[in-house]
Design a binder for this molecule. Structure first.
Ligand code: ADP
Length: 477
């Protein structure tokens, strides 16, 4: 089998490799992907550093053309890349194709942004002097990404990094090197100069750690677990570098008595269980008021019975496998913990066998949970959701905000009064009314509060906050 290699200083390199295994079928080897080491990482950082001055001064037409070409190729290959994504990560094919489309839209958006770079000229407080305020790239940016969005998250970090004139060292998650390699291959062929974008696949504790320890990265943008995020933060402070973190969630969805039942059930089923619950914006706490509680639980349970758990590539599958054995153990451990804590297992909880050996878990619903239980406080990151009863909206709001996290939050209601109040008083970075807490647009800010995120927002125009640094220049003509 050929090895998909790392890209360092414009050359494909690397002889050490590991197998990329499909979670739908552990006998299916997606490919052999290079596993870089600390030396490779240092070489990639050095290449990005050497490439920075020229790329920082490159023309906007060049950046536009490369990003646009990348967007067009990703879109043209969405079926093929979607299949690769579904195979390596376990997201069902329609969701995977949707994610690939999203990646193309992101590159397209930042291709446009490259043509819209602006600054400000303002009068000085001292007459006769002018002040101009401009944005400059920050330097070499380290990009560390998780496995749950193998192409969209790399896209929403790489596209703005390059658009604003930074050079990049990109380290994807170990479980999903396929989409990472594909996106880098496309950008490389689209005409990026040597060293502007470097790919180092490999272990977090080796490649990731070598990035954290480097003095030559001006910024690190990270999406992943809270524990690793903290390491990124501490190392970045040590090295005086910018950092941006997207970490966990324990996202609430409130369902009020006046909700449209079918809207609430669709939103809860989607955001709790689609993508196997493996989205940081997934709803994992359904906070339901007394008057609708029993009807809602009954309708959601009926809905869960209709969802097929199976091979991600099979037509008719609604929920693909859990991503790997370690994540499956985490999910089943929490299912046990929930039962021990006294929550009622209302649906699912069992592993299921399919035609191929994969990590298949039923969608799992707990009822009679309370907000102090570990299943309500800690991120599970699987298709496991708890229902918490609330007396009324006021109590539901207190419960929704009573969490260490603050990424996304939802409410299902037909009341303008409660919807408006919730939008203002939710302590989450993103609020959804009558919509799943997961599923966001590509051109508007993404990010959370509290333990969920740190630093400026990602996506849309707001991405410039992290990927540029502001300069204020005074001139006496
Ligand atoms: P998860 O538990 O979802 O895999 P991680 O935070 O471990 O979350 O992984 C997110 C990304 O961080 C991955 O690309 C992983 O390889 C990387 N990573 C893991 N450990 C480290 C580390 N010590 N330093 C830098 N990156 C790391």
């Amino acid at each position: 089998m050929t090895i998909y290699q790392n890209l360092i200083a414009g050359e494909w390199v690397g002889a050490e490799a590991s197998e990329n295994i499909s979670p739908s079928n552990t006998g299916d080897v997606v490919g052999l992907y290079a596993t870089g080491n600390a030396e490779d990482t240092k070489a990639a950082i050095a290449a990005a550093k050497a490439a920075f001055p020229a790329w920082a001064r490159s023309g906007i037409l060049e950046r536009h053309a490369i990003l646009k070409k990348t967007a067009d190729e990703i879109l043209a290959r969405k079926e093929e890349l979607g299949k690769l994504l579904a195979r390596e990560e376990g997201k069902i094919l329609p969701e995977a194709i949707g994610e690939v489309t999203r990646a193309a839209q992101i590159f397209d958006f930042f291709a446009g942004e490259a043509l819209r770079l602006t600054g400000e000229i303002v009068p000085s407080a001292r007459p006769g002097i002018t002040v101009d305020i401009t944005r400059e790239p920050i330097g070499v940016v380290g990009i560390i990404t998780p496995w749950n969005f193998p192409i969209a998250i790399p896209a929403w970090k790489i596209a703005p990094a390059l658009c604003y004139g930074n050079t990049v060292v990109f380290k994807p998650a170990e479980l999903v090197p396929g989409c990472a390699w594909a996106i880098v291959d496309i950008l490389h062929r689209a005409g990026l100069p040597k060293g502007v974008l470097n790919l180092v696949m490999g272990r977090g504790s080796v490649v990731g750690q070598a990035m954290l320890d480097s003095k030559d990265l001006s910024g690190i943008t990270f999406t992943g677990s809270t524990g690793t995020g903290k390491r990124v933060a501490l190392a970045s402070i040590e090295h005086n570098r910018k950092f941006q973190l997207e970490m966990g969630g324990k996202n609430p969805m409130i369902v009020l008595d006046d909700a449209d039942l079918s809207v609430a059930v669709e939103a809860a089923a989607n955001s709790g269980f689609f993508s196997t619950g493996q989205r940081c914006t997934a709803s994992s706490r359904l906070i339901v008021t007394e008057g609708i509680h029993d009807k809602f639980v009954a309708a959601l349970t009926e809905k869960l019975k209709t969802l097929n758990v199976d091979d991600a590539l099979k037509a008719g599958t609604h929920i693909g496998p859990v991503v790997d054995e370690r994540q499956l153990k985490q999910d089943t451990d929490y299912i046990e913990i929930g039962q021990k804590e006294g929550a009622k297992l209302a649906f699912g909880g069992e592993l299921v066998k399919r035609d191929t050996p994969g990590f298949y878990l039923q969608p799992t619903l707990f009822t009679e949970a309370n907000n102090d239980m570990r299943i309500s406080r800690e991120e599970i990151f699987g298709p496991v959701v708890s229902v918490i009863r609330a007396k009324d909206y006021d109590e539901a709001l207190v419960i929704a905000n009573d969490t260490p996290f603050g990424l996304s939050a939802g409410i299902a209601t037909t009341s303008l009064k409660y919807a408006s109040h919730f939008k203002r008083n939710s302590e989450a970075g993103m609020v959804m009314v009558n919509l799943p807490t997961a599923g966001v647009d590509f051109h508007v800010p993404f990010g959370g509060r509290k333990a969920s995120s740190f630093g400026p927002r990602e996506q849309g125009k707001y991405a410039a906050e992290f990927f540029t640094v502001v300069k204020t220049a005074y001139t006496l003509p």
